[in-house]
Design a protein around this ligand. Structure first.
Ligand code: ADP
Ligand code: ZN
Ligand code: MG
Length: 476
């Protein structure tokens, strides 16, 4: 057996208003016409001077604190020199010898800690756009701030890699510093992987897989690479150190360049940017923005509310949803039931309509009112579900819906209906009294038909049973 060794290099794009070294908007989405959010600095015009955006530092410090990284007292920016058409200066301003922070970790559910080598700040490059055999360049993205997070080679399986990335994504979202969206490119991951004989200390030769753009592909690329390297080693060959690309269509990785062609970036301090001292005042101020982190929330939800792994995992995955859950439980108790409604019904409906909970009119208050009515038997389960569905899909207030549609039910309301059904089905009543208890579902079905699903079947069953008992007595 071989040990799998994985280390990740993750780029997180920060949600600052302006770019890292100029005042251009950092927004470069598809709706923004190409090359409109640019200036002489982010397009690398000779003689232009970068001015550092302090918000980037604050966001970086915040993530460093959240990962218990040691923050450097003095940091500086360095030029990483290479040529690429989307890099107008022919160097990227990054950090090398004096990164923002180092030595932190992200803990997995198993308790295992994935250590972080470093977190540093850098600028993004522009984007090449290929259209019908021609290549265009859009510099809107050039100069958008990034944090690069480099792990130690502590990850031992593709699943652990995905768990790490999931927690990192949730963390940057909790902190409000990034969208953390792999498909949209605001979270990008290069994966390094090697194999070694089980228990061996010395690491094997690694391969770097670049630009994987979804969690699913991270897993598949790593799984493929494990198979490929295993075969190479089994047949007596050597893994060569190289950069590979994941081919999404084939599910394989392909060689892009070997280390022989690898770059020497000739890092040196950027003379246009002075070193920055990070004061304790800054750290203290930023630490006020720290929130309870995803995994902490996960464990608290499990302990405090007795939720199972799946429910706690889903709820912790989104800060808004987690808060929503806790506030609802404050109003109506029943954490298990609330969690079930949220992780099954609500999550399912939202997935179908492609919305987020915070974009809907559902609030902990009106959701609690809805649940209270349900728990007290004042509306039926199917009615509650349909109200919830429409509230989330069409964006109507659920309580308003219940009132408008007269969905409230009461035992008094149902009695005359039930008596009427029994009166008009005397034969079936006789059957029931003679021992065919199953026929009760026929009566319930009649009532459901007449109330068009508004009545609660459980409630109906109870009332039918009582009324039938009386009816049978009369027949004796
Ligand atoms: P390089 O000098 O090639 O950039 P680094 O030592 O800086 O390599 O590490 C880059 C990334 O690769 C880190 O995430 C690190 O954990 C990972 N890594 C380093 N060596 C190995 C290895 N032998 N197997 C798997 N991952 C590794
Ligand atoms: Zn600019
Ligand atoms: Mg390196």
């Amino acid at each position: 057996m071989m040990d799998v060794v994985i280390g990740l290099e993750v780029h997180v794009q920060l949600k600052t208003k302006s770019k890292i070294f100029c005042s251009c908007p950092a927004d470069y989405t598809k709706d923004i016409p190409p090359n409109t959010h640019i200036c002489e600095v982010c397009t690398g015009q000779p003689g232009s001077l970068p001015v550092f955006n302090k918000k980037v530092l604050e966001y970086g410090v915040l993530l460093s604190l959240a990962t218990e990284s040691r923050i450097s007292k003095l940091i500086r920016f360095e030029r990483k020199n290479y040529f690429y058409p989307d890099l107008p200066k022919s160097y990227q301003i990054s950090q090398y010898r004096a990164p923002l922070s180092y030595g932190g970790f992200i803990e997995l559910k198993s308790g295992k800690r994935i250590r972080l080598q470093r977190i540093h700040m850098e600028e993004d490059a522009g984007k090449l756009v290929h259209v019908a055999g021609e290549t265009f360049i859009d510099f809107n993205r050039a100069g958008v701030p990034l944090l690069e997070i480099v792990t130690e080679p502590d990850i031992s399986s593709p699943d652990e890699a995905v768990e790490f990335l999931t927690l990192l994504r949730e963390t940057v979202r909790y902190l409000g510093i990034s969208d953390g969206d792999m498909e949209e490119g605001s979270l990008r991951c290069d994966a390094n992987i090697s194999l070694k004989p089980e228990g061996e200390d010395r690491l094997g030769t690694k391969v770097e897989i670049k630009n994987i753009n979804s969690f699913k592909f991270v897993k598949r690329a790593l799984e493929f690479e494990i198979k490929r390297q295993t075969e190479v080693l089994k047949s007596g060959g050597r893994v060569i150190q190289e950069t590979r690309l994941f081919n999404e269509a084939k599910g394989t990785t392909e060689s892009m360049r070997t280390k022989e062609e690898a770059h020497d970036y000739r890092y040196f301090p950027d003379p246009d940017l002075v070193p920055i001292e990070i004061s304790q005042e800054l750290i203290d101020r930023v630490s006020e923005d720290l929130v309870e982190l995803p995994l902490q929330k996960y464990w608290r939800f499990r302990k405090e509310y007795g939720l199972n792994d799946e429910r706690a995992s889903i709820l912790k995955s989104d800060y808004y949803m987690a808060e929503f859950f806790e506030r609802t439980v404050k109003f109506v108790g029943n954490p298990e039931k609330v969690a079930n409604w949220m992780t099954v019904e609500i999550t399912g409906i939202l997935r179908n309509v492609g919305k987020e909970l915070k974009e809907t009119p559902l609030t902990p208050e009106n959701f609690s009112s809805l649940l209270k009515l349900l728990f007290e038997g004042k509306i039926s389960r199917p009615a509650a579900k349909s109200v919830l569905k429409r509230a989330l899909e069409i964006g109507e207030d659920p309580i308003q819906l219940i009132e408008n549609e007269g969905l409230l039910q009461s035992r008094g309301d149902l009695s005359p209906l039930i008596e009427e059904i029994l009166r008009s089905h005397a034969d079936q009543v006789k059957d029931y009294c003679n021992g065919r208890k199953k026929i009760i579902s026929f009566f319930i079905g009649q009532a459901m038909k007449i109330t068009r699903g508004k009545a609660d079947p459980v409630e109906l069953k109870k009332i039918f049973e009582e009324k039938l008992k009386d009816a049978c007595k009369g027949l004796d």
